[in-house]
Design a protein around this ligand. Sequence first.
Ligand SMILES: C[S@@+](CC[C@H](N)C(=O)[O-])C[C@H]1O[C@@H](n2cnc3c(N)ncnc32)[C@H](O)[C@@H]1O
Length: 301
Amino acid sequence: MKEECHHQQRRLLMNKLFNTPAAYVILFLLSYTLGYLSAPSTPSPPSRTITVFHQSPNSPQELSNFRVTSRCADPLPSRLVRETVLGRIFNGTSPYDDFPPPYVGDLLRNNRIKGWGSYGAVFEHLIQEVKPRIIIEVGTFLGASALHMAELTRKVGLETQILCVDDFRGWPGFRDRLFKDIKMVNGDVLLLYQFLQNVIHKNATDTVLPVPFSTGSALEKLCEWGVFGDLIEVDAGHDFNSAWADINRAHRILRPGGVMFGHDYFTAADNRGVRRAVNLFARINGFGIETDGQHWVIRSS
Ligand SMILES: C[S@@+](CC[C@H](N)C(=O)[O-])C[C@H]1O[C@@H](n2cnc3c(N)ncnc32)[C@H](O)[C@@H]1O
């Protein structure tokens, strides 16, 4: 009896409790808290992953994948090279026509020719040996080596065309010391104009033509047009990546039996960037390297 009374009292109490809105709120909060505490903890963001590709350094197989795959056009006959370049780059006119334009006339020197190793014996040796109809120079600056080659080919009685690939911008800061005198107009350094003036001064306008673009785009276009060189001098950027790209691109437009060469094989500049590029290129392609003074020489066959 006593027990039944207790049960009844408990039931009444529960009914009272659970029939008030406060009870529902408490229940809701209670279940929310329990649910929150029992849920698995939020997954933390994955720790930073770094994928490392393991490659054996300088493996010929892997490096050869970087080589361009487009094909060059069939080689143009040498006698068509000048007019092709004039047509494609200068709208069929000569860059020497009506030179200098009035606004630069007073800013140029009659001749201002300066290079590095531009009169080395290698030029004469190779011109005597190869008797080139087409020379492509990759890196020209003021034209010292190009004009030296023009003179040598003339001496040997050749009718050679020398194409000078250079953006004619020099490099950042090149006017700081030695070349302060090369003028600038509205941020445009007058290297191309001074080069043209030098060619005119040396009476070499029939032989020497500028190709005033970056080496990458110019060499690609020469390849597309079928302009090949019998002799190619590579002397533009001297860091490894520039030299590597230029050498590979230049080699594609080297006529079979032609010779490719360049300066600064022994200088320590850029941790011997030129030398590393030349050695790697020769190793991958199975070529021998000769040296002539500060120059490297690679024969295509
Ligand atoms: C060392 S100088 C050439 C000197 C020249 N061969 C001589 O002996 O008289 C290098 C030239 O390469 C050019 N050059 C460097 N990197 C180039 C690039 N990526 N495209 C076009 N020209 C570049 C510079 O403007 C500079 O005139």
